[in-house]
Write a protein that binds this ligand. Sequence first.
Ligand SMILES: NC(=O)c1ccc[n+]([C@@H]2O[C@H](COP(=O)([O-])OP(=O)(O)OC[C@H]3O[C@@H](n4cnc5c(N)ncnc54)[C@H](OP(=O)(O)O)[C@@H]3O)[C@@H](O)[C@H]2O)c1
Length: 206
Amino acid sequence: MTIAVVGAGNVGGALADSWARAGHAIRLGVRDTGKFKGQELLDYPGITAHAIAEAVRPADVVLVAVPPEHTLSLSEVMGDLNGKVLIDATNAVRSRPEGYPTAFHAFRALTRADVVKAFNTTGFENMRQPDYGPFRLDMFMAGDSVRGKAVVSRLAMDAGFGACHDFGGDDRVVLLEQLALAWINLAIFQGMGRDIGFRLVRRGSS
Ligand SMILES: NC(=O)c1ccc[n+]([C@@H]2O[C@H](COP(=O)([O-])OP(=O)(O)OC[C@H]3O[C@@H](n4cnc5c(N)ncnc54)[C@H](OP(=O)(O)O)[C@@H]3O)[C@@H](O)[C@H]2O)c1
């Protein structure tokens, strides 16, 4: 797939790296192609950098991993997203888009993309390396788009997660942001550190 990664910071950089290794073509969408966080990603084959609209235009999938207050301006800059899957990895923790509870709600209102919330419920270190030796961490996703969630599920596997669990539709997006807050609470406020993550276990399965 061709994947535009808008915001090549901690989260975008980790997933760009993993998805490039899995064989996807990665187009970083950045504000200044001469100077941006994650510039070292260009050393990998399959990763190129472009102005945001240019990165997005040929992409099948768009990952948004920027602070959520930029959602409104990004929705304009990215252009028409009809037919594309937009993955919202943001969390409205320190800021939110004006007039919306989360970036997901803004993207649903302002774009024609198949919007899926995912890659928000764990630290970026876990997105870079979800393999914990005897098992792999799980990813979670939410949104009404069945087509979008099928794509996200595959991309979670390509990033090395053990499974990608469906939290439900658009009405479960806030709950999925709260799962991210639960991770932040344990990792940071309860002092467990960032090398922790979520995995769902089911009785009777190996
Ligand atoms: N950090 C985590 O562990 C984690 C985990 C889950 C979810 N998240 C969420 O993921 C998002 C990104 O977090 P992060 O830690 O990856 O942040 P980060 O390392 O600070 O990276 C932010 C990225 O956003 C870009 N950016 C900032 N303003 C922009 C704008 N107006 N238009 C386009 N790009 C812009 C920056 O580009 P420049 O290089 O041009 O400045 C940078 O690439 C946040 O919403 C956060 O809540 C973070």
